[in-house]
Design a binder for this molecule. Sequence first.
Ligand SMILES: Cc1cc2nc3c(=O)[nH]c(=O)nc-3n(C[C@H](O)[C@H](O)[C@H](O)COP(=O)(O)O)c2cc1C
Length: 221
Amino acid sequence: MMSRTCGSPEPDAGAACSESVPESGAAISSVKKNIHILVGVTGSVASLKLPLLVSGLLAIPGLEVAVVTTERAKHFYKACDVPVTIYSDADEWEMWKSLSDPVLHIDLRRWADLLVVAPLDANTLGKVASGICDNLLTSVIRAWDRTKPLLFCPAMNTAMWEHPVTAQHMEQLKGFGYIEIPCVAKKLACGDEGLGAMAEVCTILGKVKEILLERDLLHQS
Ligand SMILES: Cc1cc2nc3c(=O)[nH]c(=O)nc-3n(C[C@H](O)[C@H](O)[C@H](O)COP(=O)(O)O)c2cc1C
């Protein structure tokens, strides 16, 4: 796959949990080298946490990480703060010129052992629920091998969360076998207070580790 990185800072493996990366390597060793984790990121303000999430994943021994971003998500993080390759729609189209060229969304679904979409905003949630695939991330998801884990972390304003269509979409995703990492209640960036905030990064990392252990990709040392 093509590589577009922006510096390679050491992952911050030892910081405290609430707003930084938990200690990840202590109790876990990998049995399979280079477990490939694909992080999907969408246009929620919670995408601010992408650098922290990626650093936390890189602190788990044996994980290789890449990111697929929507165009709107790019607004919320600096690529230079994310020390792994970030793929977006332009890469998909620039990469394919003739029949022998790679199709990026298919290469990525083959490459990844696990996909975690964090945050999953209301728009992409709706698209995934109904099968729409009009960008790189939704194409990866539409082509996803459902024998592999797909985790998703909804994040949206409380009013959006409470709209009845959200519950329908959530049921559809869970029906596909995708794993919800539930949103939490707190004061949101818009000032409203209630459910809809993305799960804490340490919760997401814990769930990723749990699933990798369950699938025998990692084992407790
Ligand atoms: C500052 C700002 C914050 C936003 N935060 C959220 C959010 O947390 N959740 C959400 O569902 N939409 C949020 N949106 C709206 C999405 O960005 C919008 O629906 C967009 O079309 C999503 O595109 P994407 O799903 O392709 O990334 C926000 C928009 C702005 C301008």
